[in-house]
Design a protein around this ligand. Sequence first.
Ligand code: HEC
Ligand code: HEC
Length: 486
Amino acid sequence: MKALAVLLAVSAFQPKIPQTWKNSDVEALEVPLANPKYSPIHISEGTYYRIPVRIIYKSYPVYHPSREPAGYIEWLKQQEPEIAFDPSRLHTREDWVKVGEVVFNAPTSYGPVFFSAVNLRDPSFFEKTGMPVAKDGTVPFARWVIRRKGEVELGSMGCNTCHTRVMTDGAVVPGAQGNNPGDREGASMLRGAAKAGDPFKVLERIRAFTRQFEMPWLSDDPNRRAQVMSLDELVAAGEEIPPGVTARSNTSMLVPPQIPDLIGVEERRYLDHTGLVRHRGIGDLMRYSSLVQDMAGLDRYGDLQPPKPDAGHAARYSDEQLYALVLYLYSLQPPPNPNLFDAVAARGKKIFEREGCGQCHTPPFYTNNKLIPVDGFEPPADHKQRFDIMATRVGTDSRYALETHKGTGYYRVPSLKGLWYRGPFEHNGSVATLEDWFDSARLRDDYVPTGFKGYDGRTRSVKGHRFGLDLSAKKKKALIAFLKTL
Ligand code: HEC
Ligand code: HEC
């Protein structure tokens, strides 16, 4: 009987794994860019499946140097390499979700990106950059990996590097808006490299790196400015990017995006602030993950070839790895909310309803899953049939939607769930707190943004989205109390 029960439980889950890279699905994946002539053209199905699959090895936690168990690195050197993703060993749905977490934490890079192995063994690096450490002394943004016995390598740039949050009490929340200060770490590495070596070479290297953000089809491409910025200016630009915001591939160093919360991603129909990628089902999120991690560097834009034809990684995730990863993403839960729905929050809920916030931030997902055109963009006639577009505008800073490789000319309506544990807010993470978001001072040109300031650190207006700005102080407080219960 027991054997039969086990057999039944095992046969109950039959994964239906979509083909990640099917030409027809890839072609329909994205909303066109504001200038559709330069929408990205991705590699073909044939080319995709010729790229070798990433082998995911067993990995081990990284500790802050003062919290590392005695003899840890020596012990790691004794460990045999072990493959951690083997679909033949997966039977239940839980098995898939569990191994999905391994994929989430699996490094895609063994070189220094935001930090190196030397950095993470140097306490002053944590002090300089503000890199947070979890309650148990671990650094959840990186892993030690054994690919060859005796060689302990630092791996990073898995999803965990950007999509993990360490709360003030040291609790780790996977999937939440990350708070690894990646660009500050990068800036600190640059400074160190310039001091130790040839600053001119370092400058060349960083300038070459920033070329990926350029949009040659814009007559006055702001991203080109990086080519005339000095090393000090480029380092300062990195230091200006706060935790929770990061300039990853296809975004921008000048107007980097807020890292979205992945908890609740299953409820969202458009991914990225500009709603670039459609989310019609599990297959689209698998495509999204592969695209941003490995394939984006191989994209063509209209008749423009990628800056480096061999850009992108030499590996891809397998369809099984991506399937497990997405089941894991869909399973992510928010941390327990300490904010009670009390009388003040109840008043705030009424204000939320009276102010019409729910038109866009519609319960229960607190988004209506629609796209809103930015100032300076007129949606083509056929978009109304093809996509969920609102006629209203909110008038926020249009640069991210017009001057980046993800620029569709829209911002999607973000979900308000989990506001209490995340921040900074707005598509560039320009304001640190909800109090700042509802402070009308942010509209002024002499405003100093409390989140991402701008690459040159000047004052600037965090404009648009005037909803709730004219409420009395007492009403704002109640509204915010309500928002923090979501
Ligand atoms: C270098 C940092 C970085 C890494 C590594 C990274 N992401 Fe992201 N991710 C971002 C940023 C920044 C955005 C926002 C981009 C935008 O809005 O244009 C984002 C957006 C997303 C979104 C869109 C969510 C939404 O609601 O719009 C998903 C899904 C996502 N990432 C999943 C992943 C997964 C899965 C991995 C690993 C396979 C991963 N990311 C690796 C930084 C990163
Ligand atoms: C017409 C649609 C619309 C209405 C009405 C609206 N919002 Fe928004 N809201 C948006 C859009 C679009 C954004 C993203 C703007 C951006 O990032 O540029 C946003 C962003 C936000 C954010 C920041 C979220 C984050 O994750 O960074 C908060 C908080 C917010 N809205 C709360 C409210 C509240 C409260 C109200 C009512 C007082 C309201 N909104 C009314 C469309 C709307």
